[in-house]
Design a protein around this ligand. Structure first.
Ligand SMILES: *Cc1c(COP(=O)(O)O)cnc(C)c1O
Length: 352
């Protein structure tokens, strides 16, 4: 840290992304990326002529992509915001709607970035513990008169709330914006997008990073009431009007056009998840029932960290969190069927 850093940032603890080591070839089950490549249409869209056009700025309106998203989700153009990864939509939500006076709450165990944004902007925030079974207690969020952020399905547990539960939370906090982060919704949970038509205080955030195999392209979006979306646009035009690069814009549009390709991949991933869950259970693991592209699992006779380190030595990367309440677990991203068969073999080796 330099002596020049602003005093209010000196204590900030930045977000730690999952490791992306280059020392050898790993089976990478640690950052919830898709094991499958983007669709052929996406590969084709990122053409040589598009690369040549990189000399030109990208469309700040992101018009084509927004129109496609609006049609895909049955909303209007004015209800869609697109961002550089969904992290940027989250960032703008905290910047635009939360403050020292206007506090925000989120579950104690959830996506680590929420806390980072809150601290970055000096926002008052509160975290709410999960129940003993790691599920979210909906009653904790009813009528609390604060901004609320919930990942649904939650990370790293993989548990999802039902749509009626989400609706109760949204309905009971009409003076606050409820943000539902649906990064993993395509792997078996119910989306709250339809509720954005009924409630003006709901913002649903999704991403191309997981179910659409475009983590490296950095593309996310938010769907909500037109006035909220206009506020997010205001932040965008006050920070980075060209927030989506040209290659990502065409890749994203092509990805929407090949929806069924990605739906098939999600189905395959869910099948492989069932296989992995079953095999881990046979080996004596406890797996939290997952609605996402990962499994959160632990076994009594081996510590979470020990298993993580042993697997890494054997060329398999999973995600371990040192937070005390979840340090016995590992978060295991679902890879291809073949990768998961190898993973199970390596786990067996770790247990002898
Ligand atoms: C991966 C993830 C994101 C961020 O995704 P990007 O679109 O790649 O920025 C947001 N929220 C949750 C819960 C995630 O797991």
């Amino acid at each position: 840290m330099s002596k020049f850093l602003n005093d209010n940032l000196k204590g900030l603890e930045a977000y730690t992304p999952g490791e992306q080591p280059r020392d050898k070839k790993y089976i990478k089950l640690n950052t919830n990326e898709s094991p499958y490549p983007p669709s052929p249409e996406v590969v084709e869209a990122v053409s040589a002529s598009e690369v040549v056009d990189l000399r030109l700025y990208s469309d700040p309106l992101c018009k084509i992509l927004k129109e496609k998203l609006a049609i895909r989700y049955g909303v209007n153009y004015e209800n869609v915001f697109v961002s550089n990864g969904s992290d940027e939509s989250l960032n703008f939500y905290f910047m635009a709607f939360c403050s020292k006076e206007k506090s925000v709450v989120f579950p104690e165990i959830s996506y680590g970035f929420y806390k980072v944004f809150a601290e970055l902007y000096g926002i008052s925030y509160e975290t709410i513990p999960l129940k003993a079974d790691f599920s979210i207690d909906v009653s904790d969020y009813i009528g609390i008169n604060k901004n609320i952020v919930i990942a649904n399905p939650n990370a790293p547990t993989g548990l999802a709330l039902s749509l009626p539960d989400i609706e109760e939370i949204v309905k009971s906090n009409p003076e606050n914006i409820v943000l539902i982060d649906e990064a993993y919704v395509d792997f078996g949970a119910e989306s709250a997008v339809s509720l954005t038509k009924k409630y003006d205080n709901l913002l649903v955030v999704q991403t191309f990073s997981k179910s659409r195999s475009l983590a490296g392209a950095r593309l996310g979006y938010a769907i909500g009431n037109a006035e909220i979306i206009a506020d997010l646009e205001k932040i965008k035009y006050s920070t980075n009007p060209y927030n989506i690069n040209r290659l990502t814009l065409v890749a994203g549009a092509a990805a929407i056009d090949s929806d069924s390709y990605f739906a098939d991949n999600c189905k395959r991933i869910m099948e492989t998840r069932e296989y992995t869950e079953k095999e881990l259970t046979k080996l004596g693991f406890y797996c939290i029932p997952s609605c996402s592209n990962f499994i959160f699992a632990k076994r009594d006779t081996i510590s979470g960290e020990d298993l993580y380190l042993k697997l890494k030595e054997k060329g398999v990367l999973v995600r371990h969190f040192s937070t005390p309440s979840i340090c016995e677990f590992n978060r295991i991203t679902i890879g291809t069927q073949e990768e998961m068969e190898t993973f199970i073999e390596k786990v067996k080796e770790c247990l002898v």
